[in-house]
Design a protein around this ligand. Structure first.
Ligand code: PGA
Length: 251
């Protein structure tokens, strides 16, 4: 963690959450209000159907709401898609782009992810650009090359530390209970920061999150790694009782 960068603890609910799940969110908002001036930013990215409702529930708290994906276009004939402008309009302030599940399930290339990140910026959202290697790529010792390629080619034009966050999520660590060692995380995060240095004028201030099987029991160790500025949390973000201990490592 760095003095210069305010940590961001973000939850990605993925395709989970009916209206009843907002009870968990109400509890998270309550916990956040017990803490005056929290030292970190807290974000939940629910399914699109709950953005507006949860943005209303979050009013007056320090918890932000975001989308999990957006289309590159502002509007148009794209059945089933959602524009960054719609996320903003519903009360969102952030949007995840290039999550590995989107890259795998929807064949999203770096160019697609970049276009979506640019759409997020156009709408006034903070883009959370996800990168990460597969197990096969790690075993072939290609991790740093893959990460370089993704960072260089997914970063939106006009990226600044204020409008863009990077999330390093090794694909093999997502939802598996497996995590890289702190040394491995440190190596990749240092590499990402070095790459950002060649691409952005304020790279030292960009937040680089770690994601993949973060939970209360391993969050402190992972958040203590140099150049780790927060977490992107999937499964453990669904229940306030699981998510709050992760927030507490940075608050
Ligand atoms: P996980 O998911 O915490 O359930 O591993 C992380 C993510 O996909 O963002």
């Amino acid at each position: 963690m760095s003095q210069q960068r305010r940590p961001l603890i973000a939850g990605n609910w993925k395709m989970n959450g009916l209206a009843a799940a907002t009870g968990e969110f109400i509890e998270l908002v309550r916990l956040s209000k017990e803490k005056d001036n929290p030292a970190c930013d807290i974000l939940i990215c629910p399914p699109a159907t709950l953005i507006s409702k949860m943005a209303d529930l979050a009013k007056g708290s320090s918890v932000a709401i975001g989308g999990q994906d957006c289309h590159a276009a502002e509007s148009g004939a794209h059945t089933g898609d959602i524009a960054a402008e719609m996320i903003k309009d519903a009360g969102g302030s952030h949007c995840i782009v290039g999550h590995s599940e989107r890259r795998a399930d929807h064949n999203e290339s770096n160019a697609t992810v970049k276009a979506k990140a640019e759409a997020a910026l156009r709408a006034g959202l903070v883009a959370i650009v996800c990168v990460g290697e597969t197990l096969a790529e790690r075993e072939a010792d290609r991790t740093l090359d893959i990460i370089s390629d993704q960072v260089k080619n997914s970063l939106p034009a006009g990226a600044t530390a204020a409008n863009t966050v990077i999330a390093y999520e090794p694909v093999w660590a997502i939802g598996t209970g497996k995590t890289p060692t702190p040394l491995d995380v440190a190596a990749v995060h240092a590499h990402i920061r070095k790459e950002l240095g060649t691409l952005m004028h304020d790279s030292a201030a960009v937040r680089v999150l770690y994601g993949g099987s973060v939970k209360g029991s391993n969050a402190a160790e992972l958040m203590a790694v140099e150049n780790v500025d927060g977490a992107l949390v999937g499964g453990a973000s669904l229940k306030a009782a699981d998510f709050w201990p992760i927030v507490e490592t940075s608050i």
